[in-house]
Design a protein around this ligand. Structure first.
Ligand SMILES: [Zn+2]
Length: 146
């Protein structure tokens, strides 16, 4: 059996190198994030979540939508271990995770995971939102081990 690699603590990429661009469909998500409130676009007619947000529901074609507040917990659906900062090329261990959000009909979000060593991340691991301040007053949802 191969010896597992010890990457060490998983960190969040520095906020100053991350920029957010919004449009009318995504603005409510990012405004809620500024208030440290996780939301997702949900069809008001049939209840289906649609993330990324879209003007029309792919299930029932309704234009109606709402933005319910979600618990901010979930489980790791998928992940990767990265060892270099993509902006600088310096050694920097981070773990981009795809998280299935609790209570949101299978909605998944991508973020960085902290709170454990990178080599200890597993599929199905329970996580919770960790808010990271980034440029221009925006706030990015990341995750930490629950
Ligand atoms: Zn619908």
């Amino acid at each position: 059996m191969a010896t597992p690699i010890a990457y060490g603590p998983a960190r969040v990429l520095p906020g100053e190198q991350i920029h957010v661009t919004t449009n009318p469909d995504t603005e409510p998500f990012w405004q809620a994030a500024r208030e440290h409130r996780l939301t997702a676009c949900q069809c008001s007619s049939c209840g289906k979540f649609r993330m990324p947000p879209s003007p029309y529901c792919p299930n029932c074609s309704s234009k109606e939508r709402e933005w319910p507040t979600l618990a901010g917990t979930g489980k790791v659906f998928s992940f990767a271990i990265c060892s270099r900062n993509p902006a600088t090329g310096d050694e920097f261990v981070y773990v981009p995770v795809v998280v299935e959000i609790d209570g949101a009909g299978g909605t998944r979000l991508v973020g960085n995971l902290t709170g454990c060593n990178a080599e200890d991340v597993t599929i199905g691991m329970p996580v919770e939102i960790e808010w990271t301040a980034i440029n221009d007053g925006w706030v990015l949802p990341n995750f930490r081990v629950a």
